[in-house]
Write a protein that binds this ligand. Structure first.
Ligand code: AMP
Ligand code: MG
Length: 269
């Protein structure tokens, strides 16, 4: 990925992130077809890199996909999983917490979903729900969710120190694009199941969600776990950006096959 495009996606830790400053329709000067060809090309490399990570079995990666309803989390997972062998992948979706989950601290279920060394975890939503949706829907008191920004940062540091690289992607769509996608869901029998009353209610609180995300992205944007703001109005551009990010992350990790025990050469009867 070119340096300038890369920088467009990130904000240095400590600086304010305001989603309104990012264009959800940004797509460089690319056309859909060229972007899809490039995405497929990254996919081929991803499979090889993920296999090396799996064989090495010393480190792990988590791709965190966060974003409002219809932002494309499911589609991004389909794209990533299409390119990587399932044995290297753990996909986890975080829904509204169960009674059991609510009887533990909010990170309990997240920690349980962290992939073992060698694997790539994909998180559909993340602990950021615990500082965003709970804030907007007033599900927990302010003094509780306010303390969670530091707790998330400390948790992500623990993971990073334990050899886990986080690739945090915020899929950023416009209010107009969300309307279009919700309308598609309302009328497409294959998509209607995805809609619940909460989705339409949440849309009415669009500004509150954007503000809550601004705070979550700003306060949990650290050196060890930075956020990437992914322009997601164009699905094909979103896929390309995430594929590039994951490929680049794995290339930096440069996983190696374990050393071969050459004494085995003499043991085959
Ligand atoms: P979906 O991803 O569209 O299937 O919906 C999952 C729903 O669960 C969304 O409305 C999320 O906001 C909600 N959700 C996820 N995590 C939490 C959480 N920690 N507390 C409350 N609601 C959550
Ligand atoms: Mg939904």
């Amino acid at each position: 990925m070119g340096r300038s495009t890369d920088q467009l996606l990130q904000v240095p830790p400590g600086r304010d992130i305001r989603l309104a400053d990012f264009d959800p329709d940004f797509h460089e000067d690319l056309e859909r077809e060229a972007a899809e060809v490039e995405t497929r090309h990254h996919g081929e490399h991803l499979d090889e890199l993920a296999y090396r990570l799996f064989a090495e079995a010393k480190r792990a990666v988590i791709v965190v996909l966060q974003g409002i309803d219809t932002s494309g989390k499911d589609g991004t997972i389909r794209m990533l999983a299409g390119g990587i062998s399932p044995q290297c992948l753990d996909v986890k979706s975080f829904k509204a917490p169960s009674a059991l989950e609510l009887s533990h601290d909010f990170l309990w279920r997240v920690h349980a979903a962290v992939p073992a060394h060698g694997r790539i975890g994909i998180f559909n939503r993340s602990p950021d729900e615990d500082v965003v949706v709970v804030r907007v829907r007033k599900l927990v008191p302010k003094e509780v969710w306010k303390g969670r920004f530091d707790q998330i940062n400390a948790f992500e540091k623990l993971l990073a120190d334990g050899g886990i690289t986080l690739v945090k992607c915020f899929l950023h769509i416009s209010k107009k694009e969300q309307r279009q996608r919700l309308e598609d869901r309302l009328h497409d029998p294959k998509k209607q199941w995805k809609l619940g009353p909460d989705d339409l209610e949440d849309r009415k609180r669009w500004d509150d969600f954007q503000k809550a995300y601004d705070d979550a992205l700003t306060l949990c944007n650290t050196e060890h776990a930075p956020w990437h703001i992914v322009p997601a109005d164009k699905k094909w551009y979103r896929n390309l950006v995430v594929a590039r990010l994951v490929r680049r992350t794995l290339e930096r990790l440069d996983p190696h096959f374990p050393p071969f025990d050459s004494s085995l050469l003499t043991k085959l009867d």
